[in-house]
Design a protein around this ligand. Structure first.
Ligand code: FE2
Length: 257
């Protein structure tokens, strides 16, 4: 799998504090079947010093640390950019912050209602400036809890959406799980990533996909095929036909919606 959203760089944001913790996070990812991690530190008001040059430097250092520790995971540079910060950065810097430098910008959907006004407008402005937009964890954002159709509009305009794996089996609560599964069922989700941070939020995807009952073809599309296209700067391949979402245990009710 290719993990397009992971805070794996040590000492850059709220991810691992040390190189050893970053190695542990990457080792866990490897055990989960992840072969490539895109390092996506926060680029927001709380981390104004995080710029593309710093990300590239930290990626180079982590690659060498992982080679020394014999952890076979490739690391690419990226970022998780808040829309408020994105509006302050020029196009060259924004492009340098895209996933693998290939043109898809991971834009953080606000997790609080106070940060929400202006998000959709900003996302559209960035798209008009030529950036391809991958929306980070819309299922966790109050904007789309209130008005999920707003996400359909953005997707219809060409944006993609990335779910966090832990959302799929309820680790962020029922509201988030229901929206995540609904987005998968109606084709408004394109990528599943870990949003891993540390030992408490590991870079783990596979178990969450299994718990949510996603079939193999759909899981592959969400975690391999679309992420590979994103890293190649390309449009996503067609979603496989006839795929099912069949949540386990208490999630079965949701599958019938
Ligand atoms: Fe994140």
């Amino acid at each position: 799998m290719i993990d397009l959203h992971c805070h794996v760089l040590p000492g850059v944001d709220d991810g691992p504090a040390t190189v050893q913790e970053a190695i542990q996070l990457a080792r866990g990812a490897s055990a989960d079947g992840i072969t490539t991690i895109v390092a996506t530190p926060h680029v927001d008001a709380s981390h104004p010093e995080v710029r593309s040059a710093r990300v590239r430097g930290a990626v180079a250092e982590l690659r060498s640390a992982l080679a020394g520790a014999r952890v076979a995971v490739a690391i690419e540079a990226g970022a998780e950019v808040a829309f408020t910060r994105a509006m302050e950065l020029d196009d060259a810097e924004l492009h340098a912050l895209t996933l693998g430098g290939a043109g898809w910008l991971l834009l953080e959907c606000p997790l609080s209602t106070t940060a929400a006004p202006g998000f959709a407008t900003a996302a559209r402005l960035l798209a008009r400036r030529g950036h391809r937009i991958l929306l980070a964890h819309p299922e966790r954002s109050p904007i789309f809890h209130r008005a999920p159709e707003q996400l359909d509009d953005l997707v219809a305009e060409g944006m993609l959406s990335q779910l966090t794996a832990r959302s799929l089996d309820g680790r962020f609560g029922r509201t988030v799980r229901e929206l995540a599964l609904d987005l998968v069922a109606r084709g408004a989700a394109h990528v599943v990533a870990s949003d891993g941070h540390d030992a408490n939020r590991p870079a783990r995807i596979a178990a969450h996909l299994r718990n949510a009952g996603l079939d193999t073809a759909l899981s592959d599309w969400l975690t391999r095929e679309v992420p590979a296209a994103v890293l190649g700067g390309a449009a996503p391949p067609r979603r496989p036909q006839g795929t099912r979402v069949r949540p386990r245990r208490g999630l079965a009710r949701l599958a019938r919606r």
